[in-house]
Write a new protein. Structure first.
Length: 332
C-alpha cells in the first residue's frame, strides 16, 4: 500500500483559494486511535469561519479543516477493541480537524459504527448536523410538545433536521430561510409555516401566522438583523437558542429587552458535549441513527465535490447556493 495521501491544507487565512491540495504521509495510529480510509468528508459553515480565522476558537496554522469523516478502518492502535476492527465502516468526529484527507486518524471513542443501510455521504450529516439538532432539542429546549418553534436557516444542514425533529417532538414549526426555493425545502420537511427573512420586519409576519402571538422557542445561527428580528419574534417568557453567527455580524438588541419580556437565551456548542459529555452526545447520535433507520428522519442527498474541489465547495456555501449537507469525496 502507498505510504502517502492527498490532503487539503490551510497555510494562511483568507479566501477559498488558500485551500491547497498537497501530498503528505498517511498517519499511523497511536494508542486508542484508528486509521480510516476516507470515503466522505463533511463540510460545515464553521470550516469557512476557520479558514478566515473568524471561528470562536483560534485556528492554528498550518491547519487541516474537516470535523467529520466516514470510511473503513485500515489499522488500529493499542487498546482499541470491537466493534472498531479492521474492515469496519465508521463515522468519525474529529474535534481538532484533519478531515480533508484521504486517510485520517481518529480517537476510537469518537467513532460510531455505520449501519449498512445508511449511505456514507448522507451519514456525514449525522455527526455535526444530526447531533447538534438532537442535542439542542433534548438538552437545551428539552420539551417541544405543543410549543411554537421558529427555526432560522431552515434549509441548511442543521436547520433541515431541526424542522423534522421539532415536528417529531410535537411542535408547530415556523421555518425561515433567505430564499423562496429554500423555503420549499423546509415545507417538504414538514414546516407548518415558512417565511423569507430577507424581507424587512419579518418578525411581525411571524406573529401574523401564529394567531398574533410570538413563538415559544427560536433556534438562531444567522446573526445581524436576523438575530434582532428573531428576538422580536419571541413571546414573553420565550427561549432563544443560539448556535452560531453565520453572517459574522452581531445582533444589536439591548439586554433590557430580555428583562422586559422575561426572555432567556442559551448558547450551544457541540464540541462541549463531544469532549465533556461524550455519553450524552453518543446517545443523541443513537437517536438520530435510529430515526433514519426507521425512515422517520430523512437526509437530503448531499451536494458532493471532489476533495480537490474543496475551495469550490466553500465558495458555494458562502454564496448560499447550497441546501442540506455539503460533502467532499475521495473517489469523485
Amino acid at each position: 500500500m502507498t505510504k502517502t495521501m492527498k490532503q487539503v491544507q490551510l497555510n494562511q487565512y483568507g479566501s477559498p483559494n488558500e485551500l491547497k491540495l498537497v501530498e503528505t504521509n498517511i498517519p499511523q495510529p497511536k494508542a486508542g486511535e484508528v486509521i480510516i480510509k476516507v470515503e466522505a468528508i463533511g463540510v460545515n459553515y464553521s470550516d469557512t469561519l476557520r479558514r478566515r480565522n473568524q471561528y470562536f476558537q483560534p485556528t492554528p496554522l498550518p491547519y487541516v479543516l474537516g470535523s467529520e469523516a466516514v470510511g473503513q478502518i485500515i489499522s488500529v492502535g493499542q487498546g482499541v477493541a470491537e466493534p472498531y476492527v479492521i474492515g469496519a465502516t465508521v463515522l468519525a468526529i474529529l474535534p481538532f480537524g484533519g478531515g480533508y484527507s484521504e486517510f485520517v486518524s481518529a480517537n476510537a471513542q469518537y467513532c460510531v459504527p455505520l449501519p449498512p443501510n445508511i449511505d456514507a455521504k448522507k451519514a456525514t450529516a449525522i455527526f455535526v448536523q444530526g447531533s447538534t439538532a438532537q442535542l439542542m432539542i433534548s438538552q437545551v429546549a428539552k420539551d417541544l410538545t405543543d410549543k411554537t418553534v421558529l427555526i432560522n436557516a431552515s434549509a441548511g444542514g442543521v436547520g433541515s433536521l431541526l424542522v423534522q425533529l421539532a415536528k417529531l417532538n410535537g411542535a408547530k414549526v415556523i421555518a425561515t430561510s433567505s430564499s423562496d426555493d429554500k423555503l420549499k425545502v423546509a415545507k417538504a420537511n414538514g414546516a407548518d409555516e415558512t417565511l423569507n427573512y430577507s424581507k424587512e420586519n419579518w418578525s411581525e409576519k411571524v406573529k401574523e401566522v401564529n394567531n398574533g402571538n410570538g413563538v415559544d422557542i427560536a433556534f438562531e445561527m444567522v446573526g445581524g438583523d436576523v438575530y434582532n428580528e428573531t428576538v422580536k419574534s419571541l413571546a414573553p417568557g420565550g427561549h432563544l437558542i443560539v448556535y452560531g453567527c453565520a453572517s459574522g455580524i452581531q445582533g444589536q438588541i439591548h439586554p433590557e429587552h430580555f428583562v422586559d419580556e422575561n426572555i432567556s437565551q442559551s448558547g450551544f456548542n457541540l464540541a462541549f458535549y463531544i469532549t465533556t459529555k461524550t455519553q450524552v452526545w453518543q446517545e443523541a447520535l443513537g437517536v438520530v441513527i435510529g430515526l433514519i433507520a426507521q425512515g422517520k428522519l430523512k437526509i437530503e442527498t448531499p451536494k458532493t465535490f471532489a476533495l480537490s474541489d474543496a475551495a469550490e465547495a466553500h465558495r458555494q456555501i458562502e454564496a448560499r447556493k447550497t441546501t442540506g449537507k455539503v460533502v467532499l469525496t475521495t473517489n469523485a
